[in-house]
Design a protein around this ligand. Structure first.
Ligand code: DQA
Length: 143
């Protein structure tokens, strides 16, 4: 059966392209989604996307993934460092997930070094720029 992926992005990632381009680069979220959809399509898979600046909306979207998504690729943005609720949602639905960060959070402020998600993630990709999303998708495709 064709694999179905869900790409989740948290707060402020809707501003990619103009947000601190020295850290996050010049590509927009739409650019990233276009590339991910193309890679998924080439591999007979499908890729849903969702971005929200609201923690509860991300929690709800994770709940909806139960039973119909093979893998979640998540950049929870700042919620990575604060959200027990997103961690609990991911644990509750038992969908394997890969945590992605565009920047190398370990080279940045100390408060970005802790993640509530990493120890329950299948893998974590940091600091590869927006390619991190594609790398996660290729892994989840089994490439
Ligand atoms: C980020 C890193 C987080 O610390 C930050 O709050 C973000 C983006 C990244 O992709 O590098 O919003 O997740």
């Amino acid at each position: 059966m064709a694999k179905n992926f869900l790409v989740l992005n948290g707060p402020n990632l809707n501003l990619l392209g103009t947000r601190e381009p020295g850290i996050y680069g010049g590509q927009t979220l739409d650019d990233i989604y276009t590339r991910l959809r193309a890679v998924a399509q080439e591999n007979n898979a499908s890729c849903e996307v969702f971005q929200s600046n609201h923690e509860g909306e991300l929690v709800e979207r994770i709940h909806q993934a139960r039973g119909c998504v093979d893998y979640i690729i998540i950049n929870a943005g700042a919620y990575t460092h604060t959200s027990v609720a997103i961690r609990d949602a991911l644990a509750a639905v038992s969908v394997p997930f890969i945590e992605v960060h565009i920047s190398n959070v370990y080279k940045r402020e100390a408060f970005r070094h802790h993640s509530y998600l990493s120890d329950i993630a299948e893998g974590v990709i940091v600091g590869l720029g927006v390619y991190g999303y594609e790398a996660a998708l290729l892994y989840a495709l089994g490439k």
